[in-house]
Design a protein around this ligand. Structure first.
Ligand code: ZN
Ligand code: ZN
Length: 361
């Protein structure tokens, strides 16, 4: 019988060209996997898209003095061109700035909120009185409290690699105007991830086919105690919060970008005449969804996205497997094309043959 295979591939930020790490790490392996299953006569749906929102896009736009929309459309078109030239056979490569994605994301947000999985909390954040705006993570720079590096970002120090809270920075300054920001209170929505701890642990234990290191990593993450995560931001670029009084805030990009796997499947079904056909990959329990991602995104796909699905609609399929690659971490290292491919081919066989491909080879 024809099996149904969903192939969900990492969404790149549309703020720069794809590098070899993206291509070798996720797009080529996902494409080979898709072609293999199509050849076997299985029904394959392979979707992904550009991540159009978030501070990586707005910071790039500010730097060039253009709109975030211009930045994301430029790179989205270049991504499409790259996939066409490489022959990556997506059924749909869309983006997160579509009406459909906004509607699906807002429906999930609204539902989680109505069911009590979201709550609001007041936080103190930097605000620039000159620019008259809050300054999320990358909009604040200052001296790293750990290593003294003078140009640390509000979310991370590029010198020592530590994750930072912007309020820890010494001599903080606004990235836009260089002035010293002030602290102001602002109210944000949080996702009650701890409410899903037991269900997530149960889900992880059922995934005997996952690589043990991934399973252990995620299990430890849960056992160390999950924390509520902020899901809204004071930005004007993104998916607006669908709650009265909060419409001027947008969803945190990590919350809505993972929804893209579902919204892209729905968009694909609309393009193909039958608006319901996406359900075959999402509601039929025998369908399997494989998420091809970079290793640093495992928590988002093994914990956060499953928790969003559990809270939203129990009849939707959770990820079946998450073949995660280390290649996205090689950013910045120079490989020649030929050398990179020489690294990649045996690595692909090492990495994927023991997992989803092993059963078939
Ligand atoms: Zn540092
Ligand atoms: Zn400023």
């Amino acid at each position: 019988m024809a099996e149904r295979i969903g192939i969900f591939v990492a969404w790149p930020y549309a703020n720069g060209d794809l590098h070899l790490g993206h291509i070798a790490g996720v797009y080529i392996p996902a494409d080979i996997f898709a072609r293999y299953h199509r050849l076997r006569g299985h029904q394959v749906l392979m979707v992904s898209g550009s991540d159009a929102h978030g501070t990586p896009i707005t910071v790039a736009a500010d730097r060039e003095g253009v709109s975030p929309e211009e930045i994301f459309r430029r790179y989205h078109h270049r991504f499409l061109e790259t996939y066409r030239r490489l022959g990556v056979s997506f059924d749909l490569f869309t983006h997160t700035h579509t009406e459909n994605h906004v509607a699906v994301s807002q429906d999930i947000f609204r539902t989680l909120n109505e069911r009590g999985y979201l709550f609001t909390r007041t936080q103190t954040q930097f605000y620039c009185e000159y620019d008259r705006r809050f300054l999320p993570d990358r909009y604040v720079e200052g001296t790293c409290p750990y290593c003294g590096y003078p140009n640390a970002r509000g979310d991370q120090c590029d010198n020592c690699g530590r994750t930072l809270d912007a309020t820890e920075l010494i001599d903080p300054r606004c990235r836009l105007c260089g002035r010293t920001p002030v602290l102001r209170e602002t109210e944000h929505f949080f996702f009650d991830l701890p409410a899903f701890s037991d269900q997530l642990l149960e889900y992880i234990e059922r995934q005997a086919h996952w690589r043990p290191n991934v399973q252990n990593f995620v299990r430890n993450f849960i056992q160390e105690g999950l924390k509520p995560r902020p899901v809204s931001r004071d930005l004007d670029w993104g998916v607006p919060i669908p709650v009265a009084g909060y419409e001027h805030k947008v969803m945190y990009v990590w919350f809505e970008a993972v929804i893209g796997y579902l919204s892209a499947s729905i968009e694909w079904a609309r393009h193909h005449g039958d608006g319901e056909s996406w359900e075959a990959w999402w509601r039929d329990p025998s369908a399997r969804g494989y998420y091809f991602i970079g290793k640093d995104n495992i928590p988002f796909h093994a914990l956060i996205w499953p928790a969003e699905l559990m809270g939203y609609d129990r009849s939707l399929n959770l990820p079946y497997d998450i073949p995660a690659s280390e290649f996205l971490n090689l950013e910045g290292q120079q490989f020649s094309t030929s050398r990179n491919w020489a690294v990649w081919v045996p690595d692909f066989l090492d990495r994927y043959a023991p997992d989803p491909l092993r059963d078939y080879l």
